[in-house]
Design a protein around this ligand. Structure first.
Ligand code: NDP
Length: 481
């Protein structure tokens, strides 16, 4: 046995992670892939790396020092189950199996429970940052037992991205907590991208700016509170011209956005948890709407408003600033909702999640890396039990500063018939939270009318029902909700 860590699954993610591991002082990396071809490719292309290659899972296990630690990077789903099955036959109690793929957290919970019975540790770890992250340093969100993190922590820290001197990895919580938080991260990423896209659309359609000019605006925004990887790459995409036509590439790319489904998981789970992640949901729905080509084709003649929204040269600067602030405010809402989902997940699945630590490990390696995450970390450091992120003083101040602009942008977009679903739903969410009274009282009245679902009174304890089909008097009722 020569290797201190192993990687199974040597497609692009696994190969890059194995190379990252091998590049760290003191590591010898056992590598194995179902089809030996990929293993040969990796070892022959990287003779400098400290790899020990195996062609069978038995040899792979033998090549690892005990207790063994192996990271699985195979196709999520049945592939992961197949590999776990093989590994549990050749590993021994005390060994650690890490699943670094994009598993659904409920699968991770199930797998951890099953593997634990063999005495082997199972850790589901969310790994963010795509191919480049895997090679140069990802953000890593491991779940599993605290005991396995004692062994795993130093290894993962050595390959993780580093942000402000700290490795972007923390023990998120037990069993599926890591994959859950990775899922929320992806949901937030969807919202972030959609909000930036809406800002672009308004700057173009209302502000009359060309893509290259908008790229300059984003580059400038990237110097301030919106500083982030996504803003930075947006500027690059907007600046790119198509080699074939000379037009901006953004005008050549078909306007249908795809997705791999992790944003959908976030929304599905938020629905189950009863958490209104409306910004994330709108981002997912906006992608689906864009892909419904047939519906869009038959809808282009639907009437729009008669008055377009344009801004004069004099007002352009103010308009751009309005859009920036609307983007920032909506982003605060999206993150606040994402952290609400983390809270709800933690409560339901009994995880103790340090939200400040989560925002810190997202500062490097992953797609949503941003300055902004430091402010979130500060907010949770100051108030670990913060009820809603947007009520932290820093964010409330930002919302106060942004709100007039935010309202002008959302109202203007509605008036001009420009879709801004994530901007508007975030503003509605904000107004919903701050409303002293919501029309939910009427909904509850309707529910009581047709289904005797009962209601509570503002002035008296207890549960009540009005005899709607009788004399309409009120009776005290058993709470049936
Ligand atoms: P793929 O998801 O394309 O999976 C291919 C790998 O899985 C190959 O090594 C393949 O082996 C192996 N595999 C598939 N089925 C089985 C099986 N039944 N038994 C054994 N091995 C199997 O590879 P990627 O590198 O793109 O992704 C790996 C993991 O990382 C996935 O879970 C993916 O979701 C996740 N990922 C994460 C990203 C991120 O940003 N965090 C980005 C991309 C992926 P073989 O060569 O023999 O076919």
């Amino acid at each position: 046995a020569q290797a201190n860590i192993g990687v199974i699954g040597l497609a692009v993610m696994g190969s890059n992670l194995a190379r990252n591991l091998a590049s760290r002082e003191g590591n010898t990396v056992a590598v194995y892939n179902r089809s030996a071809e990929k293993t040969h490719t990796l070892t022959s292309e990287h003779p400098e790396a400290n790899f020990v290659a195996s062609e069978t899972i038995e040899d792979f296990a033998k090549s690892l020092q005990t207790p063994r630690t192996a990271i699985i990077m195979v196709k999520a789903g049945a592939g992961t189950d197949a590999v776990i099955d093989q590994l549990t036959k050749v590993f021994e109690p005390g060994d650690i199996i890490v699943d670094g793929g994009n598993a659904l957290f409920t699968d991770t919970i199930r797998r951890e429970k099953a593997v634990k019975e063999t005495g082997i540790h199972f850790v589901g770890a969310g790994i963010s940052g795509g191919e480049e992250g895997a090679l140069k340093g990802p953000s890593i969100m491991p779940g599993g037992s605290a005991e396995s993190y004692e062994t795993l922590g130093p290894i993962l820290s050595s390959i993780a991205a580093v942000a402000e001197g700290e490795p972007c990895v923390t023990h998120v919580g037990t069993d599926g907590a890591g994959h859950f938080v990775k899922m929320i991260h992806n949901g937030i990423e969807y919202a972030d991208m959609q909000l930036i896209a809406e800002a672009y659309d308004l700057l173009r359609k209302v502000g009359g700016l060309e893509p290259a000019e908008i790229a300059d605006v984003f580059t400038e925004w990237n110097q301030g509170e919106l500083e982030s990887y996504l803003i930075e790459i947006t500027a690059e995409v907007l600046r790119q011209t198509d080699a074939k036509t000379g037009k901006p590439i953004v005008d050549i790319i078909v306007d249908e956005a795809g997705s791999k489904g992790t944003g959908v998981w976030t929304v599905q789970n938020a629905l189950d948890l009863g958490v209104p992640v409306s910004g994330i949901a709108e981002a997912v729905f906006a992608r689906s709407l864009s892909s419904h080509r047939e519906q869009r084709d038959v809808s282009t003649n639907l009437p729009g408003p008669s008055n377009p929204w344009t801004v004069s040269e004099d007002d352009k600067k103010g308009f751009i600033e309005d859009v920036r602030l609307a983007l920032y405010a909506s982003k605060i809402v999206a993150y606040s909702q994402g952290f609400d989902a983390i809270n709800a997940g933690a409560e339901k699945y009994d995880w103790n999640i340090d939200k400040g630590a989560i925002s810190k490990i997202w500062r490097g390696g992953c797609i949503i890396r941003a300055q902004f995450l430091n402010r979130i970390a500060d907010a949770y450091d100051e108030q670990p039990a913060l009820e809603a992120l947007l009520t932290a003083p820093y964010f409330t101040e930002a919302l106060v500063r942004a709100q007039e602009s935010w309202r002008r942008v959302v109202a203007g977009a509605a008036g001009a018939g420009i879709p801004a679903p994530a901007f508007s739903s975030s503003l509605s969410y904000y107004d919903g939270l701050r409303a002293e009274r919501l029309p939910a009282s009427l909904v509850q009245g309707q529910r009581d009318f047709f289904g005797a679902h009962t209601y509570k009174r503002v002035d008296t304890e207890g549960t009540f029902h009005t005899l709607w089909s009788g004399d309409r008097s009120e009776i005290e009722a058993v709470d049936t909700h």
